[in-house]
Design a protein around this ligand. Sequence first.
Ligand code: ZN
Length: 900
Amino acid sequence: MKYSTRHLLITAVSSLGLAACAAQPGIEPVAAPVAAEPVFTGAPLDASVPSQLPRIAAPLHYDVSVTPDAGALTFTGEAGIDFELYEPSATLTLNALDLSFTSASLTGVDGRPIALTVATDGTAQTATFTAPTPLAPGKYRLTTAYTGVINTQANGLFALDYPDKTGGGDVRGLFTQFEAPDARRFLPSFDEPSYKATFSLSATVPADDLAVSNMPVASETPAVGGKKTVVFQTSPKMSSYLLFFATGRFERLAEKSESGAEVGIVSPKGSGEQARFALDSLGPLLTYYRDYFGQPYPLPKLDNVAGPGQSQFFGAMENWGAIFTFERILLDDPRITSEATRQQIYTTQAHEVAHQWFGDLVTMAWWDDLWLNEGFASWMETKASDHFHPDWQPLLDRVDGRERAMTLDAFATTHPIVQTIRTVEDTNQAFDAITYQKGEAVITMLESYAGEDVWRDGLRAYMAKHKYANTRTDDLWNAVEAAGAKGLTAIAHDFTNQPGIPLLRVGGITCASGQTTVQLVQSEFSRDRKDRVDADGRRWRVPVLARAGNGAVARQVVTGGATTLTLPGCGPVLINAGQAGYYRTLYSPAALGALKGSFTSLAPIDQLGLLGDNFALANAGYQPMGAALDLLAVTPPGANQKVLGDAAGRYEILYGYFDDQPAVQKQIAARASAALAPAMRRLGFDARPGEPALDSILRSELLGALGTMGDAKVLAEARRRFALLDTDPAALDGPLKSRWLGIVASNTSAAEWDKLRAMAKGSKSAVERSAFYTLLGNAKDPKLAQRALDLALTDEPGKTVSAAIIGAAARNHAELAVDFAQKNQVAVDRLIDASARARFLAGLAASSNDPAMIAKLEGIAAPLPADARKPYDKTIATLKERSVSRPRIKGEIAAWLKAK
Ligand SMILES: [Zn+2]
């Protein structure tokens, strides 16, 4: 899954912005799907895997038939579940949520039906089926009929309404989202990842619908009332959260891939060539991963299904054979898709296709190890993108990912990568920057330690050994260590089982006889418990790559407190050369001064790493802000596009500190203008045909940053272009459309706000409509922000857009948005997926600079159960630290500006 998150503003950088199969013509049948292997190896059930179900039974196969009533937002279902009972019991407890059962019976090997009673428990999300007398261990089939709910947010079976691209009014498509864990809203099930089983799905839908599931269609037959019954082929053995179903007025653009499977993009009718970009990359990705993992893609087809709408929880989902992706990050509409979004379309798909192996073929046993799925898919997405599009320089984005992870990881409220998950809410909250970005960063470090070939060999062995089964984190370490990475497990444990960030302080550096010695002292980097890290005494085995001057990169595993590094050659010492390490480096002023002197000659990734580290260290009070500002000041105007984009984001953040001091803002804007003007002049305001993709992205980032800082030329140009829309509605079409409109929306007048709203209302594109409505929340004018909030509670923007409007308003007006969401809590909850509800309000508060917000959040969080209050604790920790550090940071920035 690609999860959604809004950046905490404190250090994030703006630019950086989840049985038997019938053959079908043209599709190869799946070779013997899996049923040959037992569901559980070893003693009937692995009692060491956590479970919320009694560990007395396991599923073998599900037959599920559903008939949705899209108009009434309900569905009927029938499920036949083959399972094995391992202990005598009169009851069988499955997961079920918002399902009403109309019948239930059981058949044993003797074929005689046994009537069951059903009791549901909404809190435990279970249904318990009870037989009149205890059943003997053995194989049974549970048969049950039920009705369920079609949701208007992305949980379980859900509806998305959108403008018909072929003309006419709004139409409704139905989709499913079962992670994590919501298959129980669709069918009674053993809804935990370790209970793998095969699934046969059929659905009765309108005759002109296109219905999609994990597997190809086995048969279609007419049904009464203008409907048809679609039967899908039986899936391989898989976890329930990977089941998928969608139906609606869709079209499919498909082709045979080199790896043999058919690949397709399913999108709203009329999407046409908008699906081409994603389709063109889907087949090659499948082949790339097949070769990397050394395992064939085991299904006959892979679709990526576009859903017009959005979620506060996720962007895309790796259902096996039928990825779901929100349309805005799957279809390429040249009228509005920016270059950054095109790359996001690519990387998102690369992420979800990686999951087809890592997650779907081999699955974590329990949510404690969610990072195995997500950290890995995040790392693999970057690796695949770099393979196919090295000109995009995706490896440089890992520095930003690491910063996002460290933003969370520097607070006492963080958690280890491998964490304890016991409730559904715990599971929902596990989708965060620690699981994804720290996961990716640690894997990057471990791959660098093992070497690319050894690492890949280990993964191939891991895939071969655990396919169609479940694993824990140590299974991966064992496989990579066995492939030749001696010592890897111990390093991996230090970084995955304990939270936090190592801090390496660079002490004395001496150079003699062509060799440099560096004294390093290890402790822990923290923002809110600096006074306690010594007592806590956390230490890591840190694989360090370092270099002196132009000498060769040397590797050493730093353990314990003090260490001496020996590097060949002399010159400025760079620790974490290549930025594969997950730690921060605090240089002595002299060592940092030497690096500043040679900053221009460093590789772009090291420039990004140094900027990230030194701003974080200064923000946290380990060194004065001047140390970081000095580095920003020497960033050359001709630097790599990603370095300049990063610098632009940093100027924007500096500017944002001084809302109450326009004179200081002016100074910062002038510095930013001088630093960024040469690049802006080179790029111009309009895309040039055939220009490098990174130029296109940088142009947009520079416009955004300069617009935020009130650059007169940029603001005038945005307004001029906005006015052109009166006579030519296509005047802004192209990759910068959202950028120009965003600049106008931030600085909008009431008349412009009304015009933008009319554009949103009139748009025939679901993506554009939602983007325009969301921009209404950007207004700096609090009266207009309030109008946007009020609009969010009406039906006008659409069911999945309103929460994004509230989120946009919170960026400039956290207090307004929090008060609004609190006052209208019941109505606002309906606008958010259940999985994201607990963190929504705390997320709105995260950009607040008002210390009064702390008490307000403490009041809201006080009555909540422990799992639901965690997001509040995180925001409260951030705001508390900010209330202390912000005045210091502002003082140091102002002093530095004065001294210049
Ligand atoms: Zn994922």
